[in-house]
Design a protein around this ligand. Structure first.
Ligand SMILES: [Zn+2]
Length: 131
C-alpha cells in the first residue's frame, strides 16, 4: 500500500478517509509531548457519540493542548453527522448499525441523538437529493 492516507486533501470531510483506532494505539500518540517529547498526562474531557476531546498536559514543560477525534462544524460534531448520513442514505438499519459498532467498542451516537441528527440535518438534505 502506498502512503495514500498521508496525501489526502482536506477539502471535504465526508470524502476524506476515516480510521477506526484503538485506545491503546491512540495512547501512543497522546502520551508524548509535542513540544519536549516528555511523557504527558491526558484525559477525555468530552464525549459526544463518535466525538471525543482530550486534554493533554506535560508535567515537564507545562505545555497543554487539546486534541479532538474529528472537527466540529459549527455546533455539530462532524463524524456524528457523516455516520448518520451514511446510515440514512444507504438504507441501512440505524439500530443494527449503531448496535454493531457499539458492540465492537466503537463510540457512536445513541438512538435519540441519531434521531435528532436526522431531523435537524439530514431530512432537509434528502429532500433536495431525492425529490
Ligand atoms: Zn513537554
Amino acid at each position: 500500500m502506498d502512503n495514500y492516507l498521508c496525501h489526502f486533501r482536506p477539502d471535504s470531510l465526508h470524502r476524506e478517509p476515516k480510521l477506526i483506532v484503538t485506545m491503546s494505539s491512540l495512547h501512543q500518540l497522546l502520551m508524548s509531548c509535542t513540544e519536549c517529547a516528555g511523557e504527558t498526562t491526558y484525559r477525555m474531557t468530552e464525549v459526544r457519540g463518535t466525538y471525543v476531546k482530550f486534554e493533554i498536559r506535560c508535567p515537564s514543560c507545562l505545555h497543554s493542548r487539546t486534541w479532538e477525534t474529528s472537527p466540529k462544524v459549527g455546533y455539530s460534531f462532524s463524524m456524528n453527522v457523516i455516520l448518520s448520513g451514511a446510515i440514512l442514505f444507504t438504507g441501512a438499519s440505524s439500530a443494527k448499525t449503531l448496535r454493531v459498532l457499539a458492540e465492537a467498542g466503537i463510540y457512536v451516537p445513541c438512538d435519540r441523538t441519531y434521531g435528532n441528527i436526522q431531523s435537524d440535518y439530514l431530512f432537509g438534505v434528502s429532500k433536495y437529493k431525492y425529490i
